[in-house]
Structure formats: structure tokens, C-alpha cells
Design a protein around this ligand. Structure first.
Ligand code: ADP
Ligand code: RBF
Ligand code: MG
Length: 129
């Protein structure tokens, strides 16, 4: 993937409302135009990032999922960023900067919500390393 690190910057939109926040893994979703402009060699899958920054705030580690979320059978491809820190407030409409550094794994389907969550927690541990 010669386009890595891949930088993108756009406002945060409302996502599919699957309740990621209730699972303690909220994901900031980018608008469709960001998804449509992804270079073709940035494959579907889960990545970790060097940088995630909301507005002019601090820089944090992150994990990002690029794909169709097979567990939820989404019809639309999405780019969802989970920033590895706790925010007091939502930041819908704010500009989010991300630097997608490297690939962790392919997107998978799971037979339970628990297995999806534990896979995501595993990604977060990998990203920290
Ligand atoms: P949606 O379906 O609208 O994307 P989520 O449950 O995924 O809803 O929550 C995402 C929203 O939560 C983000 O758009 C952002 O405003 C907020 N948020 C709070 N903390 C975080 C975080 N650590 N990482 C990503 N988004 C966060
Ligand atoms: N969705 C899937 O269907 N399969 C996956 O393998 C998958 N991996 C993810 C990894 C990370 C790090 C993140 C942040 C999300 C992932 N998702 C995956 C998306 C997930 O289904 C979505 O964020 C839900 O809204 C969580 O409830
Ligand atoms: Mg989301």
C-alpha cells in the first residue's frame, strides 16, 4: 500500500447509530465523499494511526475501520475512527484529522457482539504496541 500513511481531514458526520458509544467504542464517521476519494490501493480492513486530532486539539492514537461492517450488514462503505481517549462531549461537525499508519487485519464477520467487541479491543491493544 504505497499510499500509507494516508492523511485525511474532514468534518465528523452522524454514523449508522449502532450504539458503538454504548459499547465504549464510539467511532467518528467521515462523510461519503471521503470514502469515495480513498485511493484504490488502501484496502478494506482495520488500521492503526499515528495521529487523530479534533479541531485544534491534542493529538491522540487511534484505530480505524474501513469497510462494510459485515457484522451489521451495512450497504455502505464507511471510514470510522475510534480515538483512544475519553472525550467529555461529542464532536459532530468538527474537523477530524487522521494519519492512517498501517494495516492490522482484514474486516471480519462475527457470530456474536461479544466477539466483535473483543476483536476491537484486541486491535486497540495492538495499536498501543
Ligand atoms: P455514530 O453512529 O453517529 O457514529 P457513535 O456511537 O459511533 O455514533 O459515536 C460517535 C460519536 O461519538 C463521534 O462522532 C464523536 O462525536 C463522539 N465521540 C466521543 N468520544 C469519541 C472517541 N473516543 N472516538 C470517536 N468518537 C468519539
Ligand atoms: N465491524 C465488522 O463488522 N467487522 C470487523 O472486523 C470490524 N472491526 C472493527 C475494528 C475497529 C478497530 C473498529 C473501530 C470498528 C470495527 N468494526 C467492525 C465496525 C463496528 O461494527 C462498528 O464500529 C460498530 O458500530 C460497533 O458497534
Ligand atoms: Mg460511529
Amino acid at each position: 500500500m504505497k499510499n500509507l500513511p494516508y492523511f485525511c481531514r474532514c468534518e465528523v458526520m452522524r454514523g449508522f447509530g449502532h450504539g458503538s458509544k454504548q459499547l465504549s467504542i464510539p467511532t467518528a464517521n467521515f462523510p461519503e465523499q471521503v470514502v469515495d476519494n480513498l485511493p484504490s490501493d488502501v484496502s478494506i480492513g482495520i488500521y492503526y494511526g499515528l495521529e487523530a486530532r479534533v479541531g485544534t486539539g491534542e493529538v491522540h492514537k487511534m484505530v480505524v475501520s474501513i469497510g462494510w461492517n459485515p457484522y451489521y450488514k451495512n450497504m455502505k462503505k464507511s471510514i470510522e475512527t475510534h480515538i483512544m481517549r475519553t472525550f467529555k462531549e461529542d464532536f459532530y461537525g468538527e474537523i477530524l484529522n487522521v494519519a492512517i499508519a498501517d494495516y492490522l487485519r482484514t474486516e471480519k464477520n462475527f457470530d456474536s457482539l461479544e466477539s466483535l467487541i473483543s476483536a476491537i479491543q484486541g486491535d486497540i491493544e495492538e495499536a498501543k504496541k
